[in-house]
Write a protein that binds this ligand. Structure first.
Ligand SMILES: [Zn+2]
Length: 241
């Protein structure tokens, strides 16, 4: 079973609070920045990753191209993503927005100010637009997983693989969760807890007293040797004088 075919119940982040907390948003941002820095070492890579679109038409064309890839359709189904321009915005409002319209239909729209018409920003917002509400919080487990795929599709071939690996490393570094939450039976949970106590919370191998006892004879022996040597050397010195 592929990840995108899994039951959406598994993707909940906090079963108790469901869709209310966006618990790893800043971690996702950090991982994205990490990947961008890791990949953007060469000029070509930087240009591909941070490519700015000059016109509204270019952005629309880019979005259409990505959502009509067979790979994209297989994962997310047929989607429509409307692109809207956010024209007047001061610096504080320079954010991107995306909207998921309903529970079951993947059709959303994204609003991005011209200053942020960058390949990676557009791709990020596209993932928001295709994420159904039932798949947990805004930047949750499902989002993180889907983002890896969409970036691979949308970025130029030359850097997509490298970026994929860097993003994975970023997820690991910042602890971004991108797999379905483990559903454990009560017995399994108890077993894991016991193993944890046994393997991770066990006392140190030996107490300090035991260590001293083990070492003491060796120390005494070597001290005795030193004394003997000293006595010998003293004798020699006495004889010489
Ligand atoms: Zn976002």
């Amino acid at each position: 079973m592929y990840w995108w075919e899994r039951n959406y119940d598994e993707w909940w982040n906090h079963p108790g609070t469901k869709d209310t907390t966006d618990f790893q948003r800043s971690k996702i941002y950090s991982a994205e920045k990490y990947a961008a820095v890791a990949v953007g070492e060469t000029r070509e890579a930087r240009e591909a990753l941070f490519q700015m679109f000059a016109t509204e038409k270019e952005v629309e064309k880019f979005i259409k191209r990505v959502i009509s890839y067979a790979w994209f359709v297989r994962r997310f189904g047929r989607c429509t993503i409307e692109f809207r321009v956010r024209r007047e915005c001061n610096r504080a409002e320079g954010n991107c927005y995306s909207f998921r319209s309903t529970e079951s239909v993947r059709s959303g729209y994204i609003i991005v100010p011209p200053s942020m018409w960058r390949t990676d920003y557009i791709l990020h917002e596209m993932v928001h637009a295709v994420q159904l509400k039932k798949f947990g919080s805004g930047h949750g487990r499902w989002f993180a997983k889907a983002m890896m795929d969409v970036f691979q599709l949308g970025l130029p071939k030359e850097i997509s693989k490298q970026h994929h690996e860097a993003l994975r490393a970023g997820y690991k570094l910042y602890g971004v969760k991108h797999n379905p939450k483990r559903q454990l039976k009560v017995e399994t949970r108890e077993k894991l807890r016991k193993n944890f106590v046994k393997n991770c919370l066990r006392p140190a191998a030996a107490t300090s007293e035991e260590v001293i006892k083990v070492n003491t004879p060796q120390v005494e022996h070597s001290v005795a040797e030193l004394l003997v040597l000293d006595v010998d050397s003293l004798k020699e010195r006495l004889e010489q004088s």
